[in-house]
Ligand binder design. Structure first.
Ligand code: MN
Length: 351
């Protein structure tokens, strides 16, 4: 059961409903949406008299039964699409956000150069992993705190908000005080301790779809983050495992309109890991823009070592530039424009 408040109902009205439910021993989860507040009653509430009385409280629009296991993320909770503020940038709304950078932060010069280059080509957020454990323990590992410091320096130099992946709940506190956006990888999509830690941090988060996760499981994972108090969830489609032997994952572009129908959360697409092949990145990035994605997460390398360490899906700067050029045409056709990082005086903290 959910209690939907009227548009613009004051906070006091929500508090009143919460107080009544608390007195009756009903546990709740609250979503303070951009349009309206939605209170979810947890567990089975069979008290019809209580439910009726809720409808008479000030500010309450309606009390509705809800079958979906995802509630806070549901279109029923909020009809219009959410816009997540990421430092001075935004994901969602009419802008199309391109988040770009290397797989792993390797060194200062390398990242500073790449950050300036992706910004000049239209990226609005810089990404790079600091805490990275490769698939194999012998693969390239992240630089840890030094990698975060390099990301910070790149933010200072370019003004781009920064994103990095968290692997364990113990990293969330440190990482979230530094970066503007945290990423939860596909292998961790169902790691509850990590989802709760990211939820408690309140930091904008990219939640990547697990390789064998259904859309419902993915949305339920988002619920855990939102339930822990963080509405700033961006979903990221990055491929699912199929019987295709030559591809580590097959990008499910159809998940974008499916999720858009079910949820108000922004959805972006990672055509790099979603395909695993450089030549597939641009066509799938354009497909993502065409089907209504809110942005891309793209791996770009600076040449040299990066090319080897980041894998065959990573684009060179020249390839990234071509992709950005081609993107304009698609965005124009679907009535969107490339999102830009706003000036830092937009009133949003970057820490
Ligand atoms: Mn990577």
């Amino acid at each position: 059961v959910i209690v939907i408040l009227r548009m613009g109902a004051p906070r006091a009205d929500a508090d009143r409903v919460l107080q009544v439910l608390k007195e009756r021993g009903v546990q709740t989860a609250v979503f303070f949406g951009e349009e309206r507040t939605v209170i979810t009653l947890l567990g089975a509430v069979a008290d019809a008299e209580l439910l009726q009385s809720l409808e008479t409280l000030p500010g309450v629009d309606r009390v509705a039964a809800m079958q979906d296991p995802y509630r806070l993320a549901s279109r029923e909770a909020q009809a219009s699409g959410s816009v997540v503020r990421v430092g001075t940038a935004e994901v969602g709304g009419s802008g199309f956000a391109v988040i770009a950078g290397p797989c792993i932060v390797r060194g200062r010069e390398d990242l500073l150069e790449l950050a300036a280059a992706v910004k000049a080509r239209g990226a609005s957020i810089l990404r790079g992993d600091a805490y990275r454990a490769g698939d194999s323990p012998f693969a390239v590992q992240g630089l840890g705190p030094r990698g975060l410091a390099v990301l910070e320096e790149a933010r200072r130099a370019t003004g781009l908000p920064i994103a990095t992946e968290v692997q364990e709940s113990g990293q969330v506190e440190t990482v979230s005080t530094i970066v503007d956006l945290v990423e939860v990888g596909p292998d961790n999509m169902k790691t509850l301790a990590l989802l709760r830690a990211v939820g408690a941090s309140g930091k904008p988060v990219i939640l990547k779809r697990g390789l064998s996760a259904t859309i419902e499981e993915w949305l339920k994972a988002a619920e855990h983050v939102m339930r822990a108090g963080n509405p700033n969830v961006i979903l990221c489609e990055r491929g699912i495992r199929t019987f295709e032997a030559d591809r580590q994952s097959v990008l499910d572009v159809s998940s974008v309109p499916v999720v858009k129908r079910l949820s108000h959360l922004p959805v972006i697409v990672d055509p790099s890991h979603g395909t695993g092949h450089g030549y597939l990145v641009q066509p799938m990035a354009l497909a993502a823009a065409a089907v209504g994605a809110d942005g891309l997460l793209v791996e770009v390398h600076s040449g040299g070592d990066g090319e080897l360490a980041d894998g065959p899906q990573s684009l060179s700067l020249a390839e990234f530039e071509r992709l950005m050029g081609a993107l304009h045409g698609i965005l124009g056709a679907v009535g969107r424009t490339l999102a830009r990082a706003c000036p830092p005086d937009g009133g949003v903290s970057t820490a």
